[in-house]
Design a protein around this ligand. Sequence first.
Ligand SMILES: [Zn+2]
Length: 100
Amino acid sequence: MQANTAGAVIRALWGQQCARLPRIAEKAHELGWSFPVPFLCECSHIHCFARVELTLEAYDELRAHRQRYLTAPRRHEVAGAFVIEQEETFAFAEKLHAGD
Ligand SMILES: [Zn+2]
């Protein structure tokens, strides 16, 4: 597989996974999970598949702000965003303007 093709496949899979995240959270709510739920890092690195665990309450708080992203801690940057919270197991980044 050529590099361009592999990159396109990874981006397509990544897009599918990102689309599933809200459904994962919905299902976890439906099942009444109270323990941390695994999500994928939302950093800008297309080859990153880091897993980040977050409680549903923290995930809901994150999703209440469209311009915020969930990432693994340290060196998992989102282009054009600033880290607003850094914990041992996750970080939140925020863009100043939505849609950037
Ligand atoms: Zn990452």
